[in-house]
Design a protein around this ligand. Sequence first.
Ligand code: ZN
Ligand code: ZN
Length: 360
Amino acid sequence: MRQIVDSALNRWKDDEVLEEVNKQTIEKIIPSEEDVEVKEVKKTYVWNVVWTNVLLIGGLHLGAIYGLYIRSSVPLVGLVFNRILGFVSIFGVTAGAHRLWCHKSYKANTFVQLLLLFANSLTYQNSVYTWSRDHRLHHKHSETDADPHNAKRGFFFSHVGWLLVRKHEEVIEKGKTIDMSDLQANPYVMFQHKYYYPIVFMFTLVIPTFIPWYFFNISFLNCLFSMTIYRYIMTLNLTWCINSFAHMHGNKPYDASIGPTENTFMKYLGTGEGFHNYHHTFPWDYKASELQMDFQNMTTLLIDFFAKCGWVTDRKTVEKPMIVQRASRTGDGTYKKRFGLKFLEQAKNLTVYLLFWMVV
Ligand SMILES: [Zn+2]
Ligand SMILES: [Zn+2]
């Protein structure tokens, strides 16, 4: 009897061992879903570094740090000139490339278009055409492999890393499907695109360096490093912050299912582009924010000023009931406390905003 029991127990143990061996063999032959996912990510996610871009962008950042180091010797007139140039160039990106040409959120006459193209050329952030194509791609395929600065790959990649490596093949493939016919039909945008490098060389580098050197008698080193390169790197990083900070930290009052956020830091620094959860939810709104009058949104104030002059028309926006309905349906519940509308709040916004912009 005991022999029968022992033999049955051994057989049972053998079966258990066999089952374990089979399990391990199967695991080796058929990888788990996790393994497949890791292998697929590794296959498509190769950081092919473009060393010329690393040297260029790295060198410019070192130049800006040196510029900051010797900046105390720049006279006030130089700082004011540089700040005005900084403001103007930012509007060329926010009011121009972003809201006018990329999102078609309003219409502008020839004068405003030329003004914004000039402003845009003061900062080398790719031509309006290329910038708009990349940004349309960013909205259409946000936070996927087809997003040029996919924030899912982390802060560094979405901030600057995407410019240091070859584009993901999905970015190239899906980029070809973006309808750019409206900009292809715009002679001003296409002129800037065609002659972009000579234009940007003159307007980003030569003219902003030559004017203070020649007219204000400021040293060439100061003009080049403390003003031109420093200003360029600051505006560049501010734009990049929208792709990094405003896709990572903050509330999502309008749509909690997407990555972009309402980032307090970027509300001050982004000249109106920091309301990123709103913007990705309602990308056609020319304000890129819910509020009409807001000192954190200087870009909207500028477009409204142009509209008062009769130079800008067809400003698209979103009706309040639609915003409220969407927020209650898809928001994260922070909608009610998203803005301080009181006068003191706006005064504080303006003060912080001006102080910041005086410093940078
Ligand atoms: Zn975004
Ligand atoms: Zn946008």
